[in-house]
Design a protein around this ligand. Structure first.
Ligand SMILES: [Zn+2]
Length: 361
């Protein structure tokens, strides 16, 4: 697929990647992490950015996807955002910014850190900051000069299996089949990239005095499922008429904020993905996809109250992108159907995921 010299016609009529092509993709991903050289964390961020954008901007047609450098740079900024806070290791050590490479501070750190400080760590606010566009331009340049050039070098040879290289300075074009594979193997790619990133930061001797013995790096760098959601509950309760999103019964103080698409499937706090539910309902649903009636309701809410929810939650600093939330849900249900998942209806009641779920989007 996508070999040089292949005709355009063949590319546009190409079908989905075969089982063999999928395995070869996975082997190359594996090589990338085992043979690639990582002198900075940029390459982990780039692969994570491409994987997330495959979900938020792509589909399962098997076709190529063109991503502007501006889009990639923004995703990059989001991935580094949490790490712009100083890390507090041992009580004895002073809180300090983690080093993202071996030598002097990574080029993207200073401008991003400045905005982080100015916005009190609120990403939604950062996106309206006057220096945000120039910061993204700066990041785009770094991405082009550094990880984009080096990511696909395996065993010392440029092997462009993810995107065309060299390429236009303004975009990254994911090759046919790549978006499909990144969507299908999202969990695997995310885990490899995140654990690689954490290990890189941990092994960087410049970070040793900062980290000390106390080490909750993974949660610090990528967040935990239970980021403080009390404030979210206060906003969602009146919108849901103080009723559980799933069973419609009244809720009390004990209500919990549930990730409609479970965190374990897609670990990102997107504002529209939150619903308020009984602790019992939430615990029973766990990482299952909510069944057809719930999905119908969630999509209707997105349409009718999406703006309102977005406004409130962006004030709390959550990323608001209703289209991305919708795309993530679409992807999750599609993957669920492919793997013949059960869906959750109510306490103790599940059923095979209904194929109509997909036609709702
Ligand atoms: Zn309930």
């Amino acid at each position: 697929m996508g070999h040089p010299g292949e005709s355009q016609l063949l590319v546009t009529t190409m079908s989905l990647p075969s089982a063999e092509e999928q395995i070869s993709f996975l082997q190359q991903i594996q090589r990338l992490f085992s043979e690639g050289e990582f002198s900075a964390t940029y390459k982990f961020a780039l692969i994570l950015a491409l994987a997330e954008l495959a979900i938020e901007r792509g589909d399962d047609s098997g076709e190529a996807l063109e991503l502007s450098m501006a889009t990639v740079a923004e995703k990059f900024a989001e991935l580094y955002w949490r790490q712009m806070a100083p890390y507090q290791g041992d009580q004895a050590a002073a809180a300090e910014l983690l080093h993202q490479n071996q030598g002097k501070r990574a080029a993207i750190t200073a401008p991003l850190q400045k905005i982080y400080a100015a916005c009190g760590g609120q990403l939604a606010l950062a996106k309206t900051h006057q220096d945000w566009p120039s910061c993204l331009k700066n990041i785009a340049r770094t991405v082009r000069d550094m990880p984009m050039q080096h990511l696909q070098v395996l065993g010392g040879v440029q092997q462009p299996f993810l995107y065309d290289y060299p390429s236009s300075p303004r975009s990254i074009r994911l090759k046919p089949g790549v978006v499909f594979n990144l969507r299908r193997y999202q969990g695997l790619v995310q885990q490899l990239a995140k654990s690689g990133w954490v290990t890189h930061v941990r092994n960087n001797r410049l970070n040793h005095p900062i980290i000390g013995k106390h080490d909750d790096l993974e949660v610090f760098m990528f967040g935990a499922e239970r980021s403080p959601l009390r404030e979210v509950a206060k906003i969602l309760a009146p919108l849901q008429g103080n009723r559980c999103f799933y069973c419609q019964e009244r809720i009390s103080e004990q209500a919990e904020v549930d990730h409609f698409i479970a965190w374990s499937r897609y670990p990102r706090d997107l504002a529209h993905n939150f619903v308020l539910a009984h602790r019992g309902c939430n615990n029973d649903k766990r990482e299952l996809l909510a069944g057809l009636p719930h999905l119908e309701k969630w999509l209707r809410r997105l349409e009718l109250h999406g703006n309102e929810i977005g406004e409130h939650l962006s004030e709390l600093g959550f990323v608001v992108d209703s289209n991305a939330s919708r795309q993530v849900a679409y992807w999750a249900y599609e993957q669920g159907l492919n793997s013949q998942s059960q869906s959750w209806l109510a306490k103790g009641i599940t059923e095979p995921l209904h194929h109509r779920c997909i036609s709702l989007f």
